[in-house]
Design a protein around this ligand. Structure first.
Ligand code: B12
Ligand code: SF4
Length: 446
């Protein structure tokens, strides 16, 4: 049995490679190899593919090749261009492999256009049936049926992968791995010719229940310290210099994470691009993060408005945020290294409130990082918005892209105010607005 695993193109108005790896597929590759399946990976976002690296950024990040697909002006009245990100299509010609089955993954629901195009190309090139899995069919199964895939898989887990292959090909596959896949498997990175950066998960899913997120729907799994460290040692021996932790809830088992930290190899740079929980950070962890060369830290602050904090699930408080910043500063982290994620455009959030958030973050000496709000299908916010008829359940998922939603959605503060806020932050970042000027800005006069 031969399987081709494919990480599809991204369709978005902007995209950047923040250590992006199709981890779900790499787990599947590992599982299938254990069952004796011959596996190949086509990662269309791999920047080491010919002509797919247009800019090398810091710490193994960078820009993908992209082409404009269309202007969104005519159809949606949005002044942005939809682009396809990933290796030029010639890469399909270099595939000398006739698979019996093709498995394609997906990340953001609103990137579905990239999934559709990738499937179309694969269909024109191969006879093998195509199985689509990952976040998109899990959150939007009905929509994903239009993708052209022969089978869609909803949810996580390796047993479902075996079942789908058997159903489509009629062949028997050894079920080498069961529901304990997260402990027993390690993502298989051996497909990458050049692997400078990689990602690792020490936990899967999240035990919290924030209204704007769906990570909690995945349950919560924890891996043993030994398994995590073994994986990191393997990555080091493959030449990895930068390692990003992709956990949703990294600090939830803090003592266990400290054990991991104490034993991390010293020769790598580490990054936490996914927001960590301010409430769960303690002094020892902050010190260990510094000692072990963590270069990127993000705290999930989201909003400083106490009412919004409570309404969205209560994962953070202002006291916890201030305390976390204090601990990180004491450990020696600089303003450049520590960022606080802020959501802008939350339902019920005013411009004044969002500007206050930015000021609070600047005041304590860390970097504000704005994330525009997006309604995620299946989230608690989504259900409320559908029930209150604030959103049509059948809306084109593309329009839910976090960079596009505020152009048209009436449930947020609107694009003008968001752009105003982003403009202020941009000027501050470029040094064109002094810290004191920003802190003294009056929302009525900006
Ligand atoms: C790491 C991560 C990031 C990273 C990197 C993102 C990237 N571009 O790669 C960072 C921090 C940069 C990021 C940013 C954002 N993210 Co993010 N991110 C994640 C996260 C935590 C992990 C994804 C992951 O690697 N999972 C681990 C693997 C092992 O799981 P998996 O992919 O689901 O795979 C399993 C199954 O799905 C299945 N499977 C997978 N593929 C296949 C294929 C086949 C054929 C089969 C059968 C099965 C199968 O098998 C696997 C094992 O069981 C998810 C949350 C989550 N827990 O999924 C959010 C998530 C994907 N992000 C989300 C969002 C909203 C964002 C942001 C837009 C936030 C914002 N408002 O700015 C930004 C922008 C992202 C962008 N434009 O790139 C949402 C997606 C919502 C959506 N509409 O799709 C998620 C779901 C979290 C949430 N908030 O609810 N993110
Ligand atoms: S926002 Fe963070 S804490 Fe809240 S459910 Fe999602 S991953 Fe968990």
């Amino acid at each position: 049995m031969k399987a081709l695993l494919v990480n599809p193109y991204i369709y978005d108005v902007s995209a950047y490679d923040f250590w992006l790896k199709p981890v779900g597929l790499l787990y599947i590759a590992s599982a299938l190899k254990k069952s004796g399946v011959e596996v190949k990976l086509l990662d269309l976002l791999d920047r080491s593919l010919p002509n797919n690296n247009v800019h090398e950024g810091p710490y193994g990040t960078g820009k993908f090749h992209s082409v404009i697909i269309k202007s969104l002006m005519e159809e949606y009245g949005i002044p942005r261009y939809l682009k396809r990100y990933g290796a030029p299509k010639e890469v399909f010609n270099s595939l000398d492999f006739e698979p019996d089955v093709i498995m394609i993954t997906s990340m953001m629901t609103y990137w579905y256009g990239g999934v559709f195009e990738t499937i179309k190309i694969l269909k024109s090139r191969f006879k093998a049936p195509i199985i689509l899995g990952g976040n998109y069919p899990t959150l939007l199964p009905k929509h994903a049926k239009r993708s052209g895939a022969d089978e869609i898989v909803v949810g996580e887990g390796i047993p479902k992968v075996y079942d789908a292959i058997e159903k489509l090909t009629g062949a028997k596959v050894e079920h080498a791995i069961g529901n304990d896949w997260f402990e027993l498997l390690k993502p298989d990175y051996s497909f990458y010719k050049s692997l400078k950066a990689a990602v690792v998960h020490t936990t899967f899913g999240c035990p919290f229940r924030c209204t704007y997120c769906i990570a909690w729907k995945k349950g919560f799994k924890v891996r043993s310290v030994e398994s995590v460290l073994e994986e990191i040692e393997n990555l080091k021996s493959q030449g990895v210099k930068d390692l990003a932790f992709y956990d949703d809830a990294l600090l939830v088992r803090r003592e266990r994470f400290k054990e991991i930290l104490k034993n991390l190899p010293d020769e790598m740079n580490y990054h936490l691009p996914n927001g960590i929980h301010a409430k769960l950070l303690d002094e020892e962890t902050a010190m260990l993060l510094k000692k072990k060369n963590f270069k990127t830290i993000r705290i999930g602050y989201e909003t400083s408005d106490v009412e919004l904090q409570r309404k969205t699930g209560g994962k953070v408080s202002n006291e916890a945020f201030y305390n976390a910043v204090k601990l990180l500063k004491k450990a020696g982290f600089t303003e450049k290294e520590v960022g606080a994620y802020l959501i802008v455009g939350l339902p019920g959030q005013s411009f004044e409130s969002a500007l206050r958030d930015v000021k609070r973050v600047v005041e304590v000496g860390v970097k504000p990082v704005i994330n525009e709000y997006t309604l995620i299908p299946g989230s608690i916010d989504w259900k409320i918005a559908v029930n209150e008829k604030l959103i049509d359940e059948n809306v084109d998922p593309l329009l839910l892209n976090n960079s596009l939603m505020s152009y048209w959605w009436k449930g947020s503060m609107g694009i003008e105010k968001i752009q105003l806020l982003k403009g202020i932050l941009h000027k501050y970042t470029l040094g064109k607005l002094e810290r004191e000027e920003l802190l003294n800005l009056n929302p009525e006069n900006v």
